[in-house]
Design a protein around this ligand. Sequence first.
Ligand code: 5RP
Length: 219
Amino acid sequence: MSRDEQKKLAAEKALEYVEDGMVVGVGTGSTVAFFIDGLARMKNRIEGAVSSSEQSTRQLESHGIPVFDLNAVGPLKLYVDGADECDPYNRLIKGGGAALTREKIIAQASDRFICIIDAAKQVEHLGEFPVPVEVIPMARSLVARAIAKMDGHPIWRENVVTDNGNWILDVHHWRIADPVGLEAKLNQIPGVVTCGLFAARGADEVIIGGKVRPIRRPA
Ligand code: 5RP
């Protein structure tokens, strides 16, 4: 089965979690695009969505799905989003699409985070995919130097400005033994807005293709 077919199956499975009257948290990316198309078929049953990016907002609105400000609707029951990497404990790397900050906010504001991926995103250890870090522009070189001291190799994603007006550093060649610890350390660097490690708050469930994958519990 192709990766796109797997993404579509995962998105269709995630639609089963959508309940009548919900405001659904919606992520960003090609997998989520399939989810939004599915959501459009049931748009009369939901109240609307909270969106993690301008890209997803445009797609939601093109289907006539109302998009709400998170502040106006409060905690959400459900958030559906993709990922760039997922380990057996449902910890993730996200932000390949540069939407990591709003994605992390909505994940944190949601009772249940369903992550939809294709099988190629599964890894035993996070770090093969470069870890995106959103930075305030004036802090780019300061943050890059701090990351280099942590044995990371940051590369500025030039020509990309996030929806929040910030820049992205992609950190390559990181052997991530402790994703929760690294996430906390990155969050401490002045100028870091968000890092793409979703470890302290990972996914509650991961759907690969059409199936929910069992989570591995720490020994
Ligand atoms: C965007 C993200 C996406 O969820 C991630 O990049 C996966 O994208 P795709 O579904 O296109 O593979 O984190 O910031």
